[in-house]
Design a protein around this ligand. Structure first.
Ligand code: HEC
Length: 119
């Protein structure tokens, strides 16, 4: 009985993490997204993110946050009401080398991806 419960839990967990809507390619430090299905605007935003948001850490950190709904370092919720604050936090870091417009593009993409991840 216990084993069935565990198996059920594992299936529920893995299907919850798979999130068919997020086109994740590669793993670990090489983890990235396949933007071919994105709208033209979101493709442009992804071009900013894949250059600007990998200066201090890899894209894995961002993708895991979107996929799980939890920011991996702080353990805080990562949902559409939180993306702007994370964007501003990254902008304010020393040597972030991003403009406000670039951070806005990144936040728009994060929100778009959170909707994709829900599907
Ligand atoms: C100047 C360096 C730098 C840049 C550029 C940067 N980050 Fe970060 N990021 C960090 C550091 C340092 C942390 C560690 C935790 C913290 O301070 O929030 C972090 C943490 C994170 C986290 C996890 C936050 C948490 O609370 O767990 C996410 C998600 C994230 N970054 C996304 C991004 C995105 C998206 C961009 C581009 C808009 C970006 N980062 C650009 C330095 C940077």
């Amino acid at each position: 009985m216990g084993r069935i419960v565990v198996a059920f839990f594992l299936v529920a967990l893995s299907s919850g993490l798979a999130h068919a809507g997020l086109p994740i390619v590669g793993r670990g430090d090489a983890m990235r997204l396949d933007p071919s299905g994105f709208t033209p605007q979101m493709k442009a935003n992804y071009d900013i993110v894949r250059v600007r948001c990998v200066k201090c850490h890899t894209l894995e950190r961002t993708i895991v946050a979107i996929k799980t709904g939890v920011a991996p370092i702080s353990g805080q919720p990562f949902d559409r009401s939180a993306t702007k604050a994370y964007g501003v936090k990254m902008l304010r870091k020393p040597d972030s080398n991003m403009s406000k417009a670039e951070v806005k593009a990144a936040v728009d993409l994060l929100n778009y991806l959170l909707i994709q991840a829900e599907r």
